[in-house]
Every structure is written in structure tokens, then in C-alpha cells.
Design a protein around this ligand. Structure first.
Ligand code: 2HG
Ligand code: ZN
Length: 479
């Protein structure tokens, strides 16, 4: 029997897709940068079925591309060599296995979307404190495999900070049953952290135990207009000094990036006067009746003082949940608006917070010098130092001509980031897009350690073979 027959026998006919009309949605990435024709897309519905599929692929020597919601920004989950790779979608592993309000944990399967997991926690009066723009599609397995960050990192950390345990199918089909619920467990290496952020190269996450927080009963949000990035840092310090625990998000949007949202997304309006910089502040608290008003009053106080100090030029405080969601819509539609605005180049970078003003000025100047008329549209998670320093093609210019400039533009931004001791990939990962950068940024001992881990866990190199590591010839060329 061929591999596909074996897979059909193990998973059922409908779980093995080969018709290009059915596999198309799994074969190219959200940004349409990468696409490939898979040998098949398989959709197991249990950990046991994942084990059987991985074992069969191992026997046949066929590579597997694990895929969650396919929302990668770096081409991390699509096939690359036509007709040779199996896309293994986790989308049918959708069970909530357990939820524990005493321990504040939930055990979910990999294919549950992040939004569904948040809703499951909220239904039981708890908070899953991880939020990203693609949470309606992104799935827990992918969120963990890429160590997603998002909007609440400044308060609760990245995905890896929320993981207590994992269940992982290894390259040879063995299962690591590591679904422990313990808040303390120092028993040798924290193996779960090896898989978090490994981008599907070391094993396939099938379920996870996530740490939750007590549910929030009060929220207060403000959309602020600011004169400079320095003043945004001053506002952040002011908020922290007054109510650090309540500050759940501090999201930055440049004037240029908000203009793109207003131009390309229906049903949004700017809640404050036009400015060069905006920040969305989101505070939350738990408490008895009255907590909401108290939180709102505290935020209003801080914003009033910030206005007086010249840190703000204008601010709108959400008066109800609908308004709060309208503020968030402006922030969350940034990626979609930029996609509609034409060709764009994404620089998902981080620097120490104090270096942010210099980053913004120096990177913008370097890009303008290379491409006159370029639209500089940075936005992102200013409260944790992660900015999406995105660049959009000049109005009216050709998209292909602009993309041909990707390398010099990314290098110019990278040079500034490097000088400021930052990272070239803060939260989106390396995927296939940034493998070339791994050599120059992480080469030497660091990349060698990663290779040693990879070859220990996946010696045949069959799990997501073309992500993270630079191609061998690129390394040789770099010396
Ligand atoms: C966000 O913060 C996502 O909205 C997408 O990380 C960032 O489009 C981007 O560059
Ligand atoms: Zn982001």
C-alpha cells in the first residue's frame, strides 16, 4: 500500500485531502508569500491518530508540516517542495479536556482557536491572558509552537509563560505525556519550553495545560493622541506608577498606520484628534461592585495629569463596552489594512524600551533615504518594546518594484535594531522568511546549540524541514 492508502486506512478517507481545490487553503500563507502543493493534507481527530500518521510518515521517510490556523506572518506552516510533504492540520483536535477554577488552569487540545479558549475560560469566570490580532483563527498548538506574544505581554508574558504542561507527538511517533498541572515542578530540564517556540521542528504539540488568571470584572480603556514616542514612554511610566497591576495593554499606532486603517477598513472612525502617534491603553481589574467605576476614575485621573504635563494632546475614554471594542478594532485591523494598501514589508522587531524613540527616528530616516515616498507605518506592542516597523509601497508605485527592495530595506532597519541591541524577530518567529537572518544574528554557538537539539529530537529532519535554520549553502557562503 502507498503512504496515502495507509493514511486513509488509519484516519478515514475524509481526513486525507489531495484535491487541490480542498488543499488550497492549507497550501499558502496568509500573506501569500509562500505556497506549495502538498502530497496531502491530513486532518487527524485525536492524539492517537496523530501518532499513527507520524509513524506512517516516518516509515515512508516523508516530511510533515504541522499546521494550526495558518496565520503565520513568516511562512512557518506551508509546504515548500511540490508534491513531497504532508501538511498535518491539528484543526480537528478541539476538545477542552479539563478546566480547574481552584488551580486556575485549563487543558486544551491543539486545534482550539485562541478566541475559543479565551471564551471557555471566561465562561468559568477566568481569564486566559493572551490576546493577538489573529486570535479568531490562530490555534493553541500554533500559538505555543511559535511562542506568540501579542497585546498582554507587558503584564502576563508571552505564550511560554502560560504553559505548565504539554502533550507532544515526537518525530518517531512516541508521545511525551507532559500534561502536568503544577505551578512548581523542578525536576530536571523544563522540557515543555524546548517545544514552545520551536515552530514545529521538534515535535507536534497536541494538547497543553495553560495557566489562567482570575476573571476580570472591570475594564477601562482609552485611545490617546500623543506628540512623540518619548511622551508615550512617559505616559507608560505614569500609568505604571499609579496602577501597574491593572495595565493589561499599551498598544502603539503611528499616525501613518492609523490613516491606512481609516482608508481601508469599513466602519472605523478616529476617536481623537489627528496626531503623529497614538496609544491604546487597556486596564482591567477584578473586584466587587464599584470596581469598574473606580478603575475608570483612576485612568481618567492619570490621563488628566498626562494632558497637563503635555504627554497627551487628546484622549477618549471608552464609555461602554461597544466603544472599547471600537477602539480595539482600529488596533486589530492594522494587519488587514496594510494588506489591502498594497505591497508591504514587515519588520517584527524589539528593542529595550528606552531605545524606542531612537529606533523610530533612525529606521524611518534610513528607509526614506532608500525609497522616497515609502509609507512608514509602525505599530505594535510598545509596552514590551516590540514594534511592527512595517513599510508600505509608495502610493501609485508598483508593488513588485517595491518588494524588490525588501532586502536593503530590511537590512537598513536591521542595522538600527542591531545597534540598539534588539531582535530581528520579536514575536512572529523565523519561519521560512527569516532563515537567512539566523546566520548573521544567531550564528556560531547559538545556532549550533539549536542544531544539536534539532538533530537529537528529529535526526532525519522530517518535521517542518525548511524553517528556522539557514540553508546549508547560505551558511557556507557566509563562511
Ligand atoms: C499584530 O500585532 C500582529 O497585529 C500582526 O502581530 C503584525 O501585521 C503585522 O505586522
Ligand atoms: Zn503583534
Amino acid at each position: 500500500m502507498s503512504l496515502l492508502d495507509d493514511l486513509r486506512a488509519a484516519l478515514g478517507d475524509r481526513a486525507v485531502l489531495t484535491d487541490p481545490a480542498e488543499t488550497a487553503g492549507y497550501s499558502s500563507d496568509w500573506r501569500r508569500l509562500y505556497s506549495g502543493l502538498p502530497l496531502a493534507v491530513i486532518r487527524p481527530s485525536s492524539t492517537d491518530q496523530v501518532v499513527r500518521a507520524v509513524t506512517l510518515c516516518a516509515k515512508a521517510g516523508v516530511a510533515i508540516i504541522p499546521q494550526g490556523g495558518n496565520t503565520s506572518m513568516v511562512g512557518g506552516a506551508v509546504p515548500s517542495v511540490d508534491g513531497t510533504e504532508i501538511v498535518l492540520s491539528l484543526e480537528r483536535l478541539r476538545a477542552l479536556r479539563a478546566i480547574d477554577p481552584v488551580d486556575l488552569t485549563m487543558t486544551v487540545e491543539a486545534g482550539v482557536t485562541l478566541a475559543a479558549a479565551q471564551a471557555m475560560a471566561a465562561e468559568q469566570g477566568m481569564l486566559l491572558p493572551l490576546s493577538i490580532s489573529s486570535e479568531g483563527s490562530a490555534q493553541i498548538g500554533g500559538v505555543l509552537a511559535t511562542n506568540a506574544g501579542g497585546n498582554n505581554t507587558l503584564r502576563f508574558g508571552n505564550a511560554r509563560d502560560l504553559v505548565l504542561g504539554l502533550e507532544v507527538v515526537l518525530a518517531d511517533g512516541q508521545v511525551w505525556h507532559g500534561l502536568r498541572h503544577l505551578h512548581k515542578d523542578n525536576t530536571g530540564y523544563a522540557l515543555r519550553q524546548v517545544f514552545v517556540g520551536s515552530e514545529g521542528t521538534l515535535g507536534i504539540i497536541t494538547a497543553a495545560v495553560l495557566r489562567l488568571q482570575p476573571g476580570v470584572t472591570a475594564r477601562a480603556s482609552a485611545f490617546c493622541a500623543l506628540p512623540s514616542v518619548e511622551q508615550a514612554l512617559a505616559l507608560l511610566a505614569r500609568l505604571r506608577a499609579r496602577d501597574a497591576g491593572a495595565l493589561h495593554a499599551f498598544e502603539y499606532m503611528s499616525g501613518g498606520s492609523v490613516d491606512l486603517v481609516l482608508a481601508h477598513i469599513e466602519g472605523v472612525a478616529r476617536p481623537v484628534e489627528a496626531a503623529a502617534h497614538y496609544v491604546l491603553v487597556d486596564c482591567a481589574a477584578s473586584g466587587p461592585e464599584g470596581a469598574a467605576q473606580a478603575l475608570q476614575d483612576r485612568l481618567e485621573d492619570v490621563l488628566g495629569a498626562a494632558l497637563e504635563a503635555g504627554e497627551l494632546t487628546d484622549a477618549a475614554l471608552a464609555q461602554n463596552e461597544a466603544q472599547r471594542l471600537a477602539f480595539w478594532k482600529i488596533r486589530e485591523e492594522h494587519a488587514e489594512a496594510q494588506k489591502r494598501a498594497g505591497a508591504s514589508i514587515k519588520n517584527d522587531i524589539s528593542v529595550p524600551l528606552a531605545a524606542l524613540p531612537e529606533l523610530m527616528d533612525a529606521a524611518a530616516a534610513a528607509c526614506r533615504a532608500l525609497v522616497p515616498g515609502i509609507r512608514i507605518a509602525p505599530f505594535g506592542h510598545l509596552g514590551d518594546g516590540n514594534i511592527h516597523f512595517n513599510l508600505v509601497q509608495p502610493t501609485g508605485a508598483g508593488g513588485a518594484a517595491f518588494l524588490a527592495q525588501s532586502e536593503p530595506l530590511m537590512e537598513a532597519v536591521g542595522e538600527v535594531v542591531r545597534r540598539l541591541s534588539g531582535s530581528f524577530s520579536a514575536e512572529h518567529g523565523v519561519g521560512r522568511l527569516k532563515t537567512g537572518m539566523m546566520q548573521s544574528w544567531r550564528g556560531g554557538v547559538e545556532l549550533d546549540l539549536m542544531r544539536r537539539i534539532k538533530s537529537a529530537l528529529d535526526p532525519a529532519g522530517r518535521l517542518n524541514p525548511r524553517v528556522i535554520f539557514p540553508a546549508k549553502n547560505a551558511e557556507d557562503a557566509a563562511g
